[in-house]
Design a protein around this ligand. Sequence first.
Ligand SMILES: Nc1ncnc2c1ncn2[C@@H]1O[C@H](COP(=O)(O)OP(=O)(O)O)[C@@H](O)[C@H]1O
Ligand SMILES: [Mg+2]
Length: 425
Amino acid sequence: MNAPWKPGAGGRDPFAAFICDETALDTLRPVVIEMGWQPEKCAKGGLRNAVQSLSVSASPNILMVDLSESGDPLNDINALAEVCEPGTVVVAIGQVNDVRLYRDLLASGIHDYLLKPLSAGQLRDALTHAQAVFAAPKASDPDAAKRHISTAVVGTRGGVGASTLATSLAWLFSADHKLPTALLDLDVHFGTGALALDLEPGRGLTDAIDNPSRIDGLFIERAMIRANDNLAILSAEAPINSPLMTDGSAFVQLEEEFRHAFEMTVIDLPRNMLINFPHLLADVNVVVLATEMTLASARDTIRILSWLKTNAAHAQPLIVANKVQAGIAEISKADFEASIERKIDFTVPYDLKAAANAAKLGQTFADANRASKASTAIRQLAESVIGASDEDAGDSPAGKKSLLGSFDFKSLLAKKDKAAARADA
Ligand SMILES: Nc1ncnc2c1ncn2[C@@H]1O[C@H](COP(=O)(O)OP(=O)(O)O)[C@@H](O)[C@H]1O
Ligand SMILES: [Mg+2]
């Protein structure tokens, strides 16, 4: 491929920077010259100047922005997304050393985040890498696109049916939609992912937790248990006589590997894991929140939704009311929706016979009971997960609304795209 970062194509500059202080500019300019770019493109200013400038001119291929003077970097980055053309690779710099901010920035589509004070070596590495990413085939190329949708299923309380939904979704993705799917059961001690499919969990997940450094493509291939041609699961019945020793890095590593090896990831994510390892949601596209129509579940739906807003704003929540029985709910649907201040997305009826049938057959709920109303609702949920994230994955309307055409769009940006497209229409 000839160098696409050379000026010319589409009139876009190869590089532009908006930097708040002279010291950083002095470090940056020589590196920019080394890269063959114009040092005049390193402007004094921060994120706001970048937004102003890009709203009236074409976006560069690689954009460096200084967040140091931004009070609310994540929010301002979204403003940047609105004026930035697809495909631009954004490298942020700043002085806040905070892993959460770092992850949130990456989740919102930023390519990299560099901490001040800057060094020439660090800048060289980051810009070379950004250049490689820009030159690589874009995800918006239908041929090159390898989309991946990661779904976390969380129950507001134990027993609401989160694992039932997680295993059913994984089955539907893999068997009905023929999508290569990984099911990661993070109920490490009491998981039912393998049990629901009548399989032995094996030692894979336990090994991964014990030796996160061993996790790679080969490990995944060996450690996962096959449930059908397209479904592999990682589950454990970890011993209950000693506490789990992990900082969560194994789980993040696994998610990363799944992203390469599969098209769908389903994570059965117990809510305590959410609290202990919030970064598990950094790359999750959809959160299925399973709930029952009870007072306690309403309260915890509110709390978890608010947690998601703060900690995983990029993930799209879908609320699934499970085990719903007409007329005998602790709270009515209307009251439940009023208290959580939004609609329930899917309602799955209570169906004891279907649950018993699934257990008897050693099949997932949705697979064992094709004709039941409950399974129909779960199939609709599966389609919605696939559909919702389809929009995230890159076919955004033409125009300059989305950041980074080369990355999975996060739902926040995709929603903005849709709103803008509607406004344009
Ligand atoms: N719609 C339903 N109707 C009847 N029983 C259900 C339904 N959904 C789940 N169950 C049953 O409820 C029990 C708890 O489900 P599970 O998925 O393990 O919950 P969780 O993972 O949220 O703790 C299981 O025995 C399951 O078969
Ligand atoms: Mg469970």
